[in-house]
Design a protein around this ligand. Structure first.
Ligand SMILES: [Zn+2]
Length: 184
């Protein structure tokens, strides 16, 4: 069966169908996202490369419909999540970075506006048709931090080294006490 994520249809067609696409695909399915992640991981020493980074599961759903009763304004409600492997810019180790995006996007042609919905986010259609895969990919690429860092601070080697140093400074007698204990 063809994967609806790779289907191309006009915004009106997607919206009229009111289709909900459930997403459960490996990261490798999303070539552009995978290449962005690969570029980031390329900074690692080969031995530190997470072996199964392409298998991270992208999950969530896209729900198409109209925002207005007159069915003039097509919209897609997106909820996508994945935990990718990334390189921490503080300690240069690989870590697991969870991404979670919720968005409601108006599906409009370039330069098109929808009166009354100016404060909504817009997915600009560069062609007449759109492919759901491109929306999922773009949302997740945009969610990637410019400078990724360990979410769990205790797991970050750079930070725990810093914390140790701070501890030594706040306890000036710790070293002395350790010395005395050794002398006993
Ligand atoms: Zn780190």
């Amino acid at each position: 069966m063809a994967n609806p994520l790779r289907d191309r249809r006009t915004a009106a067609e997607w919206a009229a169908g009111g289709q909900v696409i459930d997403i459960a695909e490996k990261l490798s399915f999303f070539e552009r996202l995978a290449s962005v992640v690969a570029e980031d991981l390329a900074a690692l020493e080969p031995a530190k490369m997470p072996s199964r980074w392409r298998n991270s599961l992208v999950t969530g759903s896209l729900g198409f419909g109209f925002l207005d009763e007159r069915q003039r304004v097509p919209v897609v409600r997106c909820s996508v999540a994945v935990t990718v492997d990334a390189v921490c810019q503080r300690c240069l180790e690989a870590f697991r970075l969870p991404l979670d995006v919720e968005a409601e996007l108006l599906l409009l042609a370039m330069e098109e506006t929808a009166a009354g919905y100016e404060d909504h986010e817009v997915w600009e259609l560069e062609e007449n048709t759109l492919r759901p895969q491109d929306i999922v990919e773009e949302l997740l690429i945009m969610a990637l931090p410019f400078s990724a860092m360990h979410v769990d601070l205790t797991a970050c080697k750079a930070l725990s080294a810093e914390a140790d140093e701070q501890e030594d400074r706040t306890k000036p007698f710790a070293a002395l006490r350790a010395q005395m204990n050794q002398d006993q």
